[in-house]
Ligand binder design. Structure first.
Ligand SMILES: *[C@@H]1O[C@H](CO)[C@@H](O)[C@H](O)[C@H]1NC(C)=O
Ligand SMILES: *[C@@H]1O[C@H](CO)[C@@H](O)[C@H](O)[C@H]1NC(C)=O
Ligand SMILES: *[C@@H]1O[C@H](CO)[C@@H](O)[C@H](O)[C@H]1NC(C)=O
Ligand SMILES: *[C@@H]1O[C@H](CO)[C@@H](O)[C@H](O)[C@H]1NC(C)=O
Ligand SMILES: *[C@@H]1O[C@H](CO)[C@@H](O)[C@H](O)[C@H]1NC(C)=O
Ligand SMILES: *[C@@H]1O[C@H](CO)[C@@H](O)[C@H](O)[C@H]1NC(C)=O
Ligand SMILES: *[C@@H]1O[C@H](CO)[C@@H](O)[C@H](O)[C@H]1NC(C)=O
Ligand SMILES: *[C@@H]1O[C@H](CO)[C@@H](O)[C@H](O)[C@H]1NC(C)=O
Length: 289
């Protein structure tokens, strides 16, 4: 799966939101959490977002269950979010780049529209002129094509996945979403990527896959083999959350190899150390039409 990187880096600044310090300090004391200034700002933002969800839920009189803070309140996990479609399978086609491009677009469209609509990877495989169909590509090229070439992304239902290179069948009547703005995030800045995940739900990333990755089944992936600079980046995936376990920070990464692979289709990859080069080419969809 050859990947090409063709667009200039656009650094996207994401503001940190400040809120009630008391609840946050109480929470940290209760759970024995201590962070440096950078981490504290991010964790606090996560905590406040969770706090809003909990307060809203518990204020609804019809609720039959209650929520409360626990040790996970400062982490982010969109795996069960209503705007994240079920994990898909690219099959024997090097179209990872198309799957990596479509998930954040579906998520952004759903956040705006309120309902999830499945969009078409096959549209990109067949029609996107800057990449190589089943032989590889880049998610940012796909977004460029959707925004400026096709003027929209086809609905999955009208342009279903075949895992083959076929001739382009796209017509404008198939469009289910349009991109307004997207960009590359600052490379090698995990904190900034966390902010983007927090704000935007999912971000596209490229990684180097080596042998052990194919057989990953659980835990935080930290093989040194994929850090090797002589092995090129060869896969594209999507970050949908982050957390910490067993004294290691991780990204929650959505793959496109079906739910039978990894943790129901997901992998935890070590965060903050550019593991498998995952922090090299992060990109995000900022707005949809
Ligand atoms: C803050 O702590 C995190 C996690 O321990 C670490 O990765 C990061 O480098 C630290 N940042 C600073 C500015 O010390
Ligand atoms: C409870 O009521 C709120 C509106 O107050 C509504 O949005 C929510 O869907 C209801 N939940 C259930 C479980 O009925
Ligand atoms: C959401 O999308 C559906 C189907 O594309 C459309 O009919 C509806 O008007 C959209 N709703 C909003 C709030 O944009
Ligand atoms: C698929 O199409 C691309 C051009 O978009 C071409 O480079 C590639 O060789 C084709 N692959 C197969 C398996 O036909
Ligand atoms: C990394 O991103 C954070 C959050 O956007 C920002 O405050 C910080 O300045 C960035 N670090 C560098 C080295 O640019
Ligand atoms: C992404 O995050 C930025 C920064 O908070 C925000 O301005 C933008 O509306 C978000 N876009 C989506 C699609 O979530
Ligand atoms: C943490 O360690 C436990 C026990 O070894 C393991 O079951 C779990 O998968 C680990 N979690 C992560 C995210 O690494
Ligand atoms: C990196 O990969 C190259 C090519 O596969 C290999 O020859 C080399 O031994 C690897 N280096 C390390 C440190 O594993």
């Amino acid at each position: 799966m050859k990947l090409l990187f063709a667009f200039a880096i656009i650094v996207i600044g994401l503001a940190v939101v400040f809120g009630t310090p008391d609840a946050w300090n109480e929470y940290k004391n209760k759970h024995g959490k201590k962070f440096n200034a950078t981490d504290d700002a991010q964790r606090k933002k996560n905590f406040l977002a969770t706090d809003a969800i909990i307060t809203k839920h518990n204020s609804q009189k019809n609720g039959t269950y209650k929520l409360e803070h626990n040790q996970f309140s400062d982490m982010v996990d969109y795996r069960t979010h209503a705007c994240l479609s079920p994990v898909r399978d690219q099959k024997q086609c090097g179209s990872c780049w198309a799957f990596s491009a479509i998930t954040p677009l579906e998520f952004a469209r759903c956040k705006k529209n309120g309902t999830l609509l499945a969009l078409s990877e096959q549209h990109l495989v067949d029609c996107e002129p800057y990449d190589y169909g089943c032989n590889g590509g880049w998610y940012t090229n796909a977004w460029y094509y959707i925004k400026n070439g096709a003027l929209g992304s086809a609905k999955q239902s009208l342009y279903p996945y075949t895992a083959t290179n076929t001739t382009c069948k796209f017509t404008s009547s198939m469009v289910g979403a349009k991109i307004s703005t997207y960009g590359n995030l600052q490379p090698l800045n995990a904190t900034n990527m966390q902010l983007a995940v927090q704000s935007n739900g999912s971000i596209s990333v490229a990684i180097t896959v080596t042998n052990s990755f194919f057989y990953y089944s659980g835990g935080t992936y930290n093989d040194v083999a994929c850090d090797n600079k002589t092995i090129p980046i060869n896969h594209a995936v999507v970050i949908v959350g982050y957390g910490a376990a067993n004294a290691t920070n991780y990204w929650i990464v959505r793959n496109s190899w079906g739910t039978g692979w990894g943790q129901a289709g997901y992998v935890f990859i070590q965060r903050g150390v550019n593991k498998c080069k995952i922090e090299q080419y992060p990109a995000v969809i900022l707005s949809v039409v």
